[in-house]
Write a protein that binds this ligand. Sequence first.
Ligand code: ZN
Ligand code: ZN
Length: 594
Amino acid sequence: MSIIKVMDELLANKIAAGEVVERCASVVKELVENSIDAGSTEIKVILEDSGTRKIEVIDNGKGMDEKDAVLAFSRHATSKIDDEDDLYRLQTLGFRGEALASIAAVSKVELKTCAEDIGTLVVIDGGKIKEVSKGDARKGTAIRVSELFFNTPARLKHMKSLYTELASITDYMNKLALSHPDIRFILMNNDNLILRTDGSGNLLKVIQSIYGNDVTRKMIPVSGENEDYEIHGYISLPEVHRSSRNNMVTIVNGRVVRNLEINRAINDAYHSYKPDNRYPITVFNITVDPSVIDVNIHPTKMDIKFSKMDTLIDLISEMVISKISDRELIPKAFLKEEKEETEEKKPIYTQQVIKLDTKESKIEEVEILDEEIIINDELSLVSEDEEYKVDNKEEKLMPEMYPTGLVHGTYIVLENENGMYLMDLHAAKERCNYERFKEAMGKPNIASTSMLFPITIELTNNEYIILKEHLDLLTDLKFKVEEFGINSIIVKEHPTWLPTNNLEDSIRTIINIIIKEKEFSIEKFNEKVATMMSCKHAVRANTHLTMEDMQALVEDLRNCKNPFNCPHGRPTTVFYSNYDLEKLFKRSGFDTKK
Ligand code: ZN
Ligand code: ZN
């Protein structure tokens, strides 16, 4: 029986037709997903001018016979959906029967496919079948879509720049490769290799193909499970972060999805280890019973909802926190900075260029020798998760180090047998204050002190109204506050954890948080107060410290839960290894006595 079934009319109408072919990336998506459905283990995407001139997808999947090959271009044909319920399952990838028909209507298509031993060639021009004949007997399918929108000039104008088109195709292919490490993908544009994965099933190797060696070395494997979910993946060390959330990839049952709550949970778990407005690189592979999820299918994106969200969020937070809170996170001063990525990911062309004859669409011709795939040996070390491990939980996360001096009253210079450290005085002090304040604020009975000289604070009438509404926030913090004349309050007691110098200024700052924020949760408010106060009461630059002061600060910092970052996520300490120093002075490899 023919594999392609004609979809029930009702079902076809459920899917918005016009949205399928919008841009080059949507064409690539349709074609590649067909290849995945055909069971391909190797999929090659070859573009000319970001796909505007040509998009070619070559796979080694099961292919089609002549009848299916022709039927594939008729509206509402699909081989994947049996009934409506299937739409709500994540078991199949493609589902829009009209996709190929829509693409063929606005371009020139050449399809070469072979299921058994007779190949078929179908040529279509603007939706009209021009030729059906016998073709190559290469197993699999090769489809070439050229001159997209040639007969719809208005659509053509709508296309973004070549750069934008290529960026979105690259982004799509990257995510697809992450969700299918067992498929070998190649993406090329104008003979430049953009992405190549080896199909070995190793997710870390896919990460390396996309982000390069430096980032890959800083990826930590994570895994966890509970009654409903099983999760595996990788997260970046907190020092690796990007300006966009686009590098936080969630895969559910093999398909890349979007879920803002998951992203938020991951980002929150990194709180105070990195700046809040920067985002980590993560790949989370979630396996779940399809009955737990609700998928909102739209041709260009996949939004997903989980009926058991709480346990999923708890599991993810725990996985991230446990991994980043038990390792040494002092960034090395001389590690090459990764290329900063802008919101639109720039495709990188550093990999070698492969020339191929684009007229012949045979997979063998662009077969890439395995030697060419440079897999850094160090990778296996990182994935084993040993390098950063702290053997003894009792041991402090930060190694012992000894101050030797102070630069500009701002940076402490320290040393130990491994090398030299620079510590930002303000950031270090801020972290110590922050943890102390947070601990004090978290106690069930916060101690308070009555003030010898109560402080009156004058407000504008507007500020006064907002503050009066939120006075409980101050009382919860154990301030004793009373109304005092027109638009003024008097503070008679303050929590003991609050340092007594600049008390008025501190109280004013806390009140300003309330007035500015207007609406927030207690946790967010306490967090803000702790962060602001820790900064306010940390030493400023140009401070004189004795050696003893410095030693005490270092010990204080080493006792912190996270000694590596200030509460804003900036590093407290950077490390120059002995080797880095030798390299810096060109001593390595030379006779160091010279
Ligand atoms: Zn600060
Ligand atoms: Zn800070």
